[in-house]
Design a protein. Structure first.
Ligand SMILES: [Zn+2]
Length: 499
């Protein structure tokens, strides 16, 4: 009796889900990916033209599916169109800190270099205090001078780099603002690491809840530049090292730092397709994939068909299926947010911005299902294998992990591979895609992934290598999980809130 009573209800829900799952087709996935992963989109780099084009394309798709704009978009921190959440970016470029000794310019990447710019103001000093490895031990720092020079020219490169941070931390609070490190291999380091040192880096523009960390500016200088400074005190390197090992030695020399920012202000957008729920619409299931990729490098377009064009088109197809279901009177009980995020390749920036500035409250966000690469097979699994790696699905809510397994058993029969879910996994994939920003706020997450392959982050991650049969099957697993999460009575229990 009991079963007879239950069976028709679940069969009904289930057959409805299956009906809308059928709208997710290989042909549609291919059509969408053919566009997004084409050269015209220039590798969809965050903040760049191709990235903006992709954001517009995704917005247009959501609109075409009949998904209305997010209500009250402006008051929720979104753009007026109701689809895009813009976030500010800074493209930082080193080299903005100029150095003059005794009135003479000492050039970045010729006479001196540094890895991070901490001194973001002008600084004038009339003396340089000398330190040696002995005095730098911390016992006889003395302090009081704004500029300090550490005389340790023979220090091996590796330990020089390893000591940068501890040294600057040791000097913090002593009144010292700049630490000059003399090193014999300064020039060869500039030659070898030039690209890395001068590389632009992208960061969030106004990191919420994160104060800018000031500290001691470390500048590596050539022995020639050190000599110019020491000459002012009529000291040789050898003599200076001997003296400074015993007592506080100060060289009178006019030294000046001028800061002029080379940073560029940019912006990028997360694109949101919101399908409002019915009786539980205050609660939300978020399905994410990052639409950004690496852009154009050395003239080659990095199309990122798998990374993460595959996840992006899966999210679009799912959004369409839920929107269609709703239009037919089968809308979800909870609200669904289909979000294509940007800035992932630059350090999960878009999802960090969203979770720090959530458009919908995180405490009523019951789960985040994140897709990052589901269109290929990796080197571990053969071509005949139907698998997907599932990561993090039981870490915050064991129940969520169980729901995914149940949906898979009923609908998709994929081999669920938990290899990368192990805490001991050296790849640390759990921390490397957008779900992690939800997880760190205590939202139950699951990350769906095909593993890496030879074309990962390479220029040949192209549409013609995508296995659309597998892409669809994996998307269906996420779809059925999302459908179940949106419609079941209770949200998945959180059993392990993060510290
Ligand atoms: Zn990715």
């Amino acid at each position: 009796m009991f079963l007879a009573f239950l069976a028709p209800v679940s069969a009904q829900t289930d057959s409805t889900a299956v009906r809308y799952a059928a709208t997710i087709t290989q042909a549609d996935l291919r059509m969408l990916l053919d566009t997004l992963a084409s050269d015209a989109y220039e590798g969809r780099e965050t903040g760049m033209k191709g990235g903006k084009m992709a954001a517009k394309y995704i917005t247009d798709r959501f609109r075409s599916y009949g998904i209305p704009p997010v209500p009250d978009a402006r008051t929720r921190g979104m753009m007026a169109d109701g689809y895009r959440q813009q976030f500010p970016l800074v493209l930082t470029k080193a080299g903005g800190l100029a150095l003059k000794v005794d009135g003479k310019e000492q050039l970045f990447m010729r006479d001196q270099f540094y890895f991070t710019e901490k001194l973001k103001q002008h600084l004038k000093a009339s003396e340089v205090m000398l330190l040696t490895p002995v005095t730098a031990g911390g016992t006889r720092l003395g302090g009081g001078s704004k500029v300090v020079m550490l005389l340790d020219p023979g220090k091996p490169e590796a330990s020089l780099i390893a000591d940068l941070r501890p040294l600057s931390e040791m000097l913090a609070g002593t009144g010292t603002e700049v630490l000059l490190l003399v090193n014999d291999s300064a020039e060869s380091m500039m030659r070898r690491y030039g690209r890395l040192i001068e590389r632009s880096e992208m960061r969030l523009g106004q990191p919420v809840k994160k104060a800018a960390k000031a500290g001691v500016q470390v500048v590596v200088i050539t022995p020639e530049l050190a000599r110019i400074i020491l000459d002012q005190g009529r000291l040789s390197m050898k003599k200076a090292m001997k003296m400074a090992a015993k007592k506080r030695v100060v060289v009178k020399v006019p030294i000046e730092f001028t800061y002029k920012s080379l940073d560029e202000q940019l912006s990028a957008e997360n694109v949101l397709g919101y399908v409002e729920g019915s009786d539980k619409k205050g609660e939300l299931v978020v399905v994410t994939a990052h639409y950004d990729h690496l852009g154009v490098i050395d003239g080659e377009v990095y199309n990122g068909a798998d990374d993460d064009g595959s996840g992006t088109v899966a999210v679009l197809e799912m959004a369409q299926a839920f929107a269609k279901a709703k239009a037919d009177g089968h809308g979800p009980r909870r609200s669904m947010l289909f979000m294509a995020v940007s800035g992932e390749e630059k350090g999960l920036l878009g999802s960090e911005w969203y979770t720090d500035n959530p458009v919908f409250p995180l405490d009523s966000t019951i789960a985040n299902l994140n897709i990052d690469m589901i269109g290929r097979v990796d080197t571990v699994h053969g071509d005949s294998s139907s698998y997907v790696y599932v990561i993090g699905s039981k870490r915050i809510s064991n129940e969520l992990g169980g729901i995914i397994e149940a949906q898979n058993a009923t609908h998709t029969q994929l081999d669920l591979d938990y290899t990368f879910d192990a805490d001991s996994d050296p790849n640390r994939f759990y921390y490397r895609s957008d779900h992690y920003n939800f997880a760190k706020h205590g939202v139950p997450v699951a990350f769906f992934f095909n593993g890496v392959h030879a074309d990962y982050h390479g220029p040949y991650d192209e549409v013609d290598k995508i296995r659309f049969d597998l892409l669809r099957q994996r998307a269906l697993l996420v779809f059925h999980t999302a459908w179940e999460l949106a419609n079941r009575d209770a949200r998945p229990a959180v059993d392990d809130p993060p510290e």
